[in-house]
Design a binder for this molecule. Structure first.
Ligand code: SAH
Ligand code: SF4
Ligand code: F3S
Length: 504
């Protein structure tokens, strides 16, 4: 499976949009075409630009907000927190932008193209403001944090700016904006985890949900803007995580994905007992809630994924056998410049441990082509590590320099665009072959699949994922519904989807 994330909602940059097909409507709310093939959880490409809508959309009799989200799954998860905070103030979500009193856009800064697309989208909001001058426009998320008050200077249309740790202040900022004061809060906190806020679920299937377990990132990979936009790493209380998972299960959800930029470094100390919970322990506790609740997690940093985590995964059937373990580059020299703190051998050692401890585990990756000083030899090492790691899928990007990052300050972005794109294409082509091979090996296998809903192709078919996170499409049988587990024998496959039939 091949996908990329974050910025390719800009159709001018659709270098790796092979299997999904989505667009942003120029006139009204974003139109997207959901792909069965895009099964990755952390970087939910097909959702770029999705507007939030709650199930009880009619509940509010007050003002209405329209909230559109971009970027990674953390951002989408944050949008659910924002919706919950606004709903507590009596505001209701709408998917009809024309109905809205407030337009909010939750933004991403990960690559230049991502920011460009958001600027374009902001321009489109002007027309609504012209029609309805009292309409408020707010910018949230990573781009708000990166640009701070510059946003207010550069975009006259914007009434308020709130960074990822400032969402509790949104009602106050909105009140101010109504009084004509353009407001900003981009304070980054060392403590905020929104632990007590019950997110308003954006998901549509009622079967799978995300639980944010930590915020921020302390890693300082030299290319990455996230530590600047999301601040220091902090873990959420394990009690509130467990309570959220339990509540979801009781409401019929059957799969939770524990979310964080680097989940394996999760560490929470109980302030009363001093007891520390690490990620392996948290994973085990969530999985122990019920064997009928699947548990996934994303993202893992190769330096932090311990054998303890791998043994925990192996010990419980309901912890999915799938690890997103971004390599970024196969060259030890480039990895050092990236400040990833592992080298090629360390990474391959982790892959070997995964194969040894969890033989049926699928591994996927993020890869950057054309990082500063990358030579043809470095690039070949990336191609070879992809083969050795046998990724089921990858998210692939060419390097995009981000202002203020260590790489922007210290290294020269010296690989020309043509070379970056050529190398990226070679990476994509290879991943296609590897994914195809990977999926061919599944033909003849029987997998347990959690039904997520109707297949896009036909009302007579269901779609769902196996433990390895591969999308499986199969004919319906009477009496089955979303949220049920079925055993499916795989008959054929493409490089993106498995097709099969239910077996008894
Ligand atoms: N925390 C996660 C990923 C965060 S961003 C992790 O560490 O794996 C998602 C992916 O975007 C990264 O893994 C990286 O491959 C890509 N990325 C981040 N910054 C980038 C940049 N400046 N240019 C190109 N790709 C980038
Ligand atoms: Fe960025 Fe690295 Fe943190 Fe991931 S681990 S968010 S790539 S700094
Ligand atoms: Fe983008 Fe921020 Fe996520 S920069 S990838 S939305 S953490």
């Amino acid at each position: 499976m091949v996908a990329s994330h974050g910025d390719n909602f800009d159709m001018t940059n659709c270098h790796s949009v092979f299997y999904f097909n989505f667009a942003i409507s120029k006139t009204s709310f974003p139109v997207y075409y959901k792909s069965e093939e895009n099964s990755h959880q952390m970087l939910d490409e097909h959702l770029q630009g999705t507007a939030i809508q709650s199930v009880d959309d009619k509940s509010s009799n007050g003002r209405r907000f329209y909230l559109e989200s971009y970027g990674c799954q953390m951002n989408f998860s944050d949008s659910e927190i924002v919706a919950s905070i606004l709903a507590d103030e009596g505001m209701g979500p709408t998917r009809q932008i024309e109905e809205a009193d407030i337009i909010l856009i939750n933004t991403c800064s990960i690559r230049e193209k991502a920011e460009e697309s958001i600027r374009k989208r902001l321009k489109e909001f002007r027309i609504y403001k012209k029609r309805k001058p009292e309409l408020l426009v707010g910018v949230l998320g990573c781009m708000a944090e990166r640009l701070k008050s510059k946003f207010l200077e550069e975009e006259q249309l914007v009434d308020l700016v709130a960074g990822p740790d400032a969402y509790r202040d949104l009602p106050g900022l909105l009140r101010k904006a109504e009084d004509g004061d353009r407001g900003i809060n981009v304070f980054l906190s060392r403590e905020e985890t929104y632990a007590d806020i019950s997110p308003m679920r954006l998901d549509e299937n009622g079967v799978t949900a995300f639980i944010s377990i930590m915020r921020g990132c302390d890693n300082m990979c030299s290319f990455c803007v996230v530590p600047f936009t999301r601040g220091r790493e902090r873990s959420r209380s394990s009690y509130t995580i467990l309570a959220e998972a339990r509540d979801l299960f009781e409401r019929g959800y059957r799969e939770v994905t524990l979310l964080g930029q680097n989940v394996d470094s999760y560490k929470w100390q109980n302030p009363e007992t001093g007891e520390v919970t690490n990620f392996a322990q948290l994973l085990d506790m969530v999985a122990a809630l019920d064997t009928g609740l699947r548990v996934r997690f994303s993202t893992s940093h190769p330096k932090d994924i311990t054998d303890e985590v791998l043994y925990t995964m192996a010990s419980r059937n309901n912890i999915c056998k799938y690890i997103h373990l971004p390599v970024q580059s196969g060259s030890s020299r480039i990895l050092e410049l990236m400040n990833r703190t592992y080298d090629r051998d360390w990474y391959l050692g982790r892959i070997e441990a995964i194969r040894r401890i969890i033989p049926d585990c699928a591994v996927s990756s993020d890869i950057i082509a054309g990082f500063c000083t990358e030579t043809e030899l470095d690039h070949q090492e990336t191609l070879s590590i992809m083969e050795l790691a046998d990724y089921s899928m990858s998210y692939m990007f060419h390097y995009s320099e981000r202002p203020g990052t260590p790489a922007a300050k210290k290294l020269k972005d010296d690989v020309d665009m043509e070379t970056k794109k050529r190398r990226l294409n070679e990476i994509i082509r290879l991943q296609n072959q590897i994914s195809h091979r990977h999926n061919q090996r599944d033909v003849g296998m029987v997998y347990e699949v959690l039904i997520e809903g109707n297949s896009k192709r036909s009302e007579d078919m269901f779609k769902g994922r196996n433990s390895q996170n591969k999308m499986v499409v199969f004919d319906k049988k009477p009496g089955l519904k979303a949220g049920d587990y079925v055993r499916v024998k795989i008959d054929n496959s493409s490089s993106a989807t498995l097709h099969g039939n239910i077996v008894a």
